[in-house]
Design a protein around this ligand. Structure first.
Ligand SMILES: Nc1ncnc2c1ncn2[C@@H]1O[C@H](COP(=O)(O)OP(=O)(O)O)[C@@H](O)[C@H]1O
Ligand SMILES: [Mg+2]
Length: 212
């Protein structure tokens, strides 16, 4: 379970999260929506322990994600809004993920294949040099192969063509069981079928939270 309590996060004078309290439980499949700058990414990054809050805090299954970062992140599959500048080749990256997070290499290959990412002919290529869509596919493949209790996607389909989007949602549907899933999205129509809760944020606050 994810427990966010009275969370305030400021950047300078700007209040990105304004006293936010919310809980996510098993089998919550959540669309997190709202205009640019609403605080969605800040909320997600806070859940993963990237930011020290100004007030309040987060607990993930009772653990503080700042103090017990590794333990908490072990249990989370995350695809960020912007792919990180990873300089490793795909081969090295897959090896690294397998070693560091105990994710099955074959399963990464499987999901990459399902996402129509031609991994075999790109293994020596640097992740950094892939196209935006290819990076996204690679990160999605890793996130699906890592069997976590919590999956978080921050606008994961922004760089994907319509076919790749369909593949992604098909795989998610197959993968969804007894988890907490958070999807930051501007496209409710895309996630409508896979979410059962819609949260809308604006100006650092949750303005609506509905079961659907
Ligand atoms: N690392 C940061 N440094 C300074 N300001 C930030 C930082 N991250 C977010 N902000 C500000 O916080 C507000 C919320 O941003 P963000 O959480 O990224 O919104 P969203 O993901 O909903 O578009 C924005 O005004 C943004 O400029
Ligand atoms: Mg964002």
């Amino acid at each position: 379970m994810i427990q966010v309590s009275n969370l305030t996060k400021k950047f300078g004078a700007h209040v990105s999260l304004d006293n936010v309290s919310v809980e996510f439980k098993k089998n919550n499949y959540v669309a997190l929506m709202g205009p640019n700058g609403a605080g969605k990414t800040t909320l997600i990054r806070s859940i993963m322990g990237y930011y020290h809050p100004n007030k309040g805090g987060v607990l993930i299954n009772g653990l503080n994600p700042i103090k017990e970062r590794t333990k908490v992140l072990d249990n989370i599959s995350f695809v960020p809004q912007l792919p990180p500048p990873i300089k490793l080749s795909l081969e090295e990256l897959i090896q690294y993920i397998q070693t560091s997070s105990n994710v099955d290499k074959e399963l990464i290959m499987h999901y990459a294949n399902e996402m129509k990412l031609d991994l075999k002919s790109n293994l020596k290529k640097s992740f950094f040099k892939l196209s935006g869509g290819m990076k996204q596919k690679m990160l999605i493949a890793i996130s699906l192969a890592k069997k976590s209790e919590i999956i978080i996607y921050d606008e994961p389909t922004a760089n994907l063509d319509p076919k790749a989007r369909d593949d992604f949602y098909r795989l998610l549907k197959e993968n969804e069981k007894e988890k907490i899933s958070l999807f930051v999205t501007h496209r409710l129509d895309e996630v409508k079928e896979i979410v059962n809760r819609q949260i809308y944020m604006d100006l650092g606050k949750i303005v609506s939270d509905e079961r659907v």
